[in-house]
Unconditional design. Structure first.
Length: 151
């Protein structure tokens, strides 16, 4: 079993700026190089913008409220301390927009996939630091820095 945390910069289609989210990860190995993962995330950084819409000045905040997903993770060891991996699964997320005229939110669920690389550190190689790119939805990608601890 392993647990981890990720800090992700999220790129949303047709949106300037990148909100961020923090994600908790728990994984259960089912074979030597195959694991099942559950992920739960919440927004930690909003993006703000303002513009004139006609003669009205509008300010707004966009935030990733939540993300939940289940994944299969396939590992490809590339030496004693380097691991490459693929993830594939399904997730659901919620994004909200708040303006000086009101607020709205939207949720989406879809298949998700990604690729990552991590380095194993420490004498027991229990500490893993890595980077991951994932497409969570057709309009949302995330670039993440990840720490995992393997029991």
């Amino acid at each position: 079993m392993y647990v981890g945390v990720a800090y992700s910069s999220v790129t949303l289609k047709d949106v300037d700026g990148e909100p961020a989210m923090a994600t908790a990860i728990i994984g259960f190995p089912v074979m030597e190089n195959l694991s099942l993962e559950a992920r739960a995330g919440t927004g930690v950084k909003s993006i703000y913008d303002s513009a004139f819409v006609g003669a009205v000045f509008v300010t707004g905040e966009l935030k990733v409220d939540s993300y939940y997903g289940g994944f299969i993770r396939a590992n490809l060891p590339a030496g004693d301390s380097l691991n490459l991996y693929l993830i594939g699964g399904y997730g659901t997320g919620n994004v909200s927009v708040r303006t000086n005229f009101g607020s709205a939110s939207d949720s989406e669920s879809s298949a998700a996939f990604g690729v990552g690389a991590e380095v194993k550190l420490g004498a027991s190689k229990a500490h893993h630091f890595g980077i991951e790119w994932a497409r969570y939805f057709k309009d949302a990608d995330a670039l993440s820095a990840i720490y995992r601890f393997k029991f």
